[in-house]
Design a protein around this ligand. Structure first.
Ligand SMILES: *[C@@H]1O[C@H](CO)[C@@H](O)[C@H](O)[C@H]1NC(C)=O
Ligand SMILES: *[C@@H]1O[C@H](CO)[C@@H](O)[C@H](O)[C@H]1NC(C)=O
Ligand SMILES: *[C@@H]1O[C@H](CO)[C@@H](O)[C@H](O)[C@H]1NC(C)=O
Ligand SMILES: *[C@@H]1O[C@H](CO)[C@@H](O)[C@H](O)[C@H]1NC(C)=O
Ligand SMILES: *[C@@H]1O[C@H](CO)[C@@H](O)[C@H](O)[C@H]1NC(C)=O
Ligand SMILES: *[C@@H]1O[C@H](CO)[C@@H](O)[C@H](O)[C@H]1NC(C)=O
Length: 499
C-alpha cells in the first residue's frame, strides 16, 4: 500500500530530475493542491488493491503450544482520512486516521505437555479499527542529482482490535478474544511504523534511484535535468531545482551562457508549475551552432512546385533569380542557384512578456551549380532575422508557431557586380519565406515534449511568459495504466540555417 504512495512521490519528484551557476534551468513547483490530488490518487489506488491482499502464513511456538495461522487475507478496507502536507524546511508530513481493516484467516494449534496432546483448528475474523499514523518524509538530492527520500519519525496508533474465533471450542476460545485482540494490537503498533518506514526508505528510495536524470533528444543532444540542490519546502508549495541544460550528446561540455534568475511570485493555485528558462533553449541553440547543425544547402528540389523555378538563372516561365540579377543570367545561363545557408552566431531566444523572440544571424553563399563540375561562387549575403514566436501547450508538448519574421539582408564580396535591393528582397521572399519559415513552423508543429512521466497528463494548462522564463501552470491527471518511464519523443534533426 505504501508503495503506491511512494510511486506517486517518484512521479512528482521525478517529473523533472541546475547548474554550475546558482540559477536552475528548470524548476518544478508542486503546490498543496497538487499534493492533495496525489493523496487522493494514492488512496484510490490503495483502496482498490488492498482488499484481497494475502498476508504471509505464520508458524510459531509459544511455550508448549505450536500454532499455524494460514490463509489470512484482507476482506474489508475503509479508507482513512489522510493528508500529505508541506513540512518545512525539508520535507512532507503524511497523516492518516480512521482506517478500518477486516481480516479473515484459518488457525491451527497443537498443545503438547507430558502425555497431554490437544489440537484444534478453525477460522477467525479480525477487525482493526481506528488505525492511524503520522509520518515525516524527508526529500533531498543525492550526489547524482536524483531525488532521495527517507522517513523522519513515525508514530502510529490503533483504536481497537476485535477478534472472533470459529472452531469446535469457540465458546471457550472467545473468552480469550480480548487478550488475543490486545496482543495483536500491541504487535501491530510495534510493527506498523517499521512497515511504513521500509516502504519509504527501501521501496520508494529504490524506485527513485532508477529515475532518469538525462535524456537524449534527436540522438544528437542530451537534456540534463539532474537536481542541483535539495528541494525547498514552504507552507504552500515545494520546489525542485534542475540543471535544465541541453548538451551535445557525444561531447558533453557546458555552454558558456549565463543562466538568468527565475521569477518566484507566480502563485500556487494550480497543482504544478514548471519554470523553463531561456537557458534551456539557448543551450540547445549553442550546441547546434558550434556543432554545425544550423547549416543547410537550399536547392531547387527543396522548393514547392509553384516556386520550383525561382532559382533558375534563365527564366523560361515566370520570374526567376536571373531576372533580378541579370549578371547571373548573362554569365551563367540555364543553370540553377544554390543557397548555402549558415548560422554564424548562436541564435538567442528571449522570453518577453507574452511572446518569445528569436534573433539569428548568418550568411547565405550563392553559387551557380554546374552538373559534374565545381559550383561557381556568385555572392555572399549577410542576413539577420528577428522572429516572434507564439507558443502553446497541448498533450504535454510545447508547440511553436512563427508570428512575425523580420529580415535585414545585405550583399558583400560580389563576383557578379552590384546586387539590387529588389534582388535581395526576391531571395528573401521566394527562398527564405517559402522554405525557412515553413520548415521552422513544421518543427514547431512537431512539438517539444516536456519531460513529464507518461502517467501524468496536463489539464487546465496555462502558459505564461515572463522575462527569461516560460511558466507552465497546470493541473494534472494521473493515468495509471501506462508505464512510468520518462518519455521523450525524439525531435527531428534540425538541418536548418536559421537566417
Ligand atoms: C553544402 O555544400 C558544400 C559544398 O558542396 C559542402 O561543403 C557543405 O558541406 C554542404 N553543407 C551541408 C549542410 O550539406
Ligand atoms: C527553370 O528551369 C527548368 C529547367 O531548366 C524549367 O523547366 C522551368 O520552367 C524553369 N522555371 C522558370 C520559372 O523559369
Ligand atoms: C555581416 O554582418 C555582421 C553582423 O552584423 C557584421 O559584423 C559583418 O561586418 C557583416 N559583413 C559584411 C561583409 O558586411
Ligand atoms: C500570435 O499571438 C498574437 C497575440 O496573441 C495573435 O494576434 C497572432 O495572431 C498569433 N499568431 C499566430 C501565428 O498564431
Ligand atoms: C540592416 O543591415 C544594415 C547593414 O548591415 C545596417 O546598417 C542596418 O542598421 C540594419 N538594420 C537593422 C534593422 O538591423
Ligand atoms: C532584431 O531585434 C534587435 C533587438 O530588438 C534589434 O537590435 C535588431 O535591429 C532587429 N533586427 C531586425 C532585422 O529587425
Amino acid at each position: 500500500m505504501v508503495v503506491d504512495f511512494s510511486l506517486l512521490l517518484v512521479l512528482i519528484v521525478g517529473t523533472f530530475s541546475q547548474t554550475l551557476s546558482t540559477n536552475p534551468g528548470l524548476k518544478a513547483r508542486i503546490t498543496q493542491t497538487g499534493l492533495d490530488y496525489a493523496t487522493k490518487v494514492a488512496l484510490d489506488s490503495l483502496s482498490s488493491k488492498v482488499v484481497g491482499l494475502r498476508i504471509p502464513d505464520q508458524h510459531g511456538k509459544s511455550g508448549d503450544v505450536s500454532y499455524d495461522v494460514t490463509n489470512s487475507r484482507i476482506t474489508g478496507f475503509q479508507r482513512p482520512q489522510s493528508s500529505i502536507t508541506m513540512n518545512p524546511p525539508s520535507g512532507l508530513r503524511w497523516t492518516a486516521s480512521g482506517t478500518v481493516i477486516a481480516l479473515k484467516g484459518d488457525w491451527h494449534y497443537t498443545l503438547k505437555k507430558w502425555f497431554i496432546r490437544i489440537s484444534d483448528h478453525g477460522s477467525f475474523d479480525v477487525t482493526v479499527k481506528g488505525l492511524s499514523f503520522d509520518l515525516g518524509i524527508k526529500l533531498g538530492a543525492d550526489k547524482d542529482g536524483r531525488p532521495d527520500i527517507s522517513s523522519s519519525g513515525c508514530s502510529c496508533d490503533i483504536g481497537s482490535v476485535d477478534v472472533k474465533i470459529h472452531g469446535k471450542l469457540d465458546v471457550i476460545y472467545n473468552l480469550f478474544k480480548g487478550v488475543i485482540g490486545k496482543k495483536i494490537k500491541d504487535l501491530l503498533k510495534d510493527k506498523m511504523c517499521d512497515l511504513i518506514k521500509d516502504a519509504i526508505n527501501k521501496d520508494a528510495e529504490n524506485a527513485l534511484q532508477k529515475i532518469k536524470v538525462k535524456t537524449t533528444i534527436a540522438k544528437l543532444f542530451m537534456l540534463d535535468y539532474r537536481m542541483t540542490s535539495s528541494p525547498k519546502f514552504t507552507p504552500q508549495y515545494m520546489e525542485t531545482y534542475h540543471k535544465g541544460e541541453v548538451l551535445w550528446a557525444s561531447s558533453m561540455t557546458d555552454a558558456p551562457i549565463p543562466v538568468p534568475p527565475m521569477p518566484d511570485n507566480v502563485g500556487s493555485q494550480k497543482m504544478l508549475y514548471l519554470f523553463v528558462s531561456d537557458y534551456l533553449f539557448n543551450s540547445l541553440s549553442y550546441q547546434s551552432q558550434i556543432h554545425g547543425v544550423l547549416r543547410y544547402n537550399l536547392t531547387t528540389k527543396d522548393l514547392p512546385p509553384s516556386n520550383k523555378g525561382v532559382l533558375n538563372t534563365t527564366c523560361l516561365s515566370g520570374v526567376c533569380i536571373g531576372e533580378l540579377i541579370p549578371q547571373i543570367a548573362s554569365k551563367y545561363p540555364n543553370k540553377q542557384v544554390e543557397l548555402r545557408m549558415m548560422s554564424t552566431q548562436t541564435p538567442m531566444m528571449t522570453s518577453l512578456k507574452n511572446e518569445v523572440g528569436v534573433f539569428c544571424m548568418g550568411t547565405i553563399g550563392m553559387y551557380a551549380t554546374v552538373p559534374n563540375k565545381p559550383s561557381i561562387y556568385l555572392v555572399n549575403l549577410n542576413v539577420s532575422m528577428n522572429a516572434t514566436v507564439n507558443l502553446s501547450i497541448m498533450n504535454e508538448k510545447l508547440y511553436a508557431k512563427i508570428d512575425q519574421l523580420i529580415f535585414n539582408i545585405s550583399a558583400f564580396n560580389s563576383a557578379v557586380g552590384p546586387i539590387s535591393d529588389r534582388a535581395l528582397q526576391f531571395v528573401t521572399r521566394n527562398a527564405i519565406r517559402i522554405f525557412v519559415e515553413p520548415a521552422l513552423n513544421k518543427l514547431g508543429k512537431n512539438g517539444f515534449p516536456l519531460p513529464t512521466t507518461g502517467n501524468v497528463k496536463f489539464v487546465n494548462t496555462e502558459l505564461n511568459l515572463v522575462r527569461d522564463t516560460l511558466i507552465i501552470a497546470t493541473d494534472v491527471r494521473y493515468v495509471s495504466d501506462t508505464d512510468t518511464a520518462l518519455k521523450f519523443v525524439p525531435r527531428k534533426r534540425v538541418y536548418l540555417e536559421k537566417t
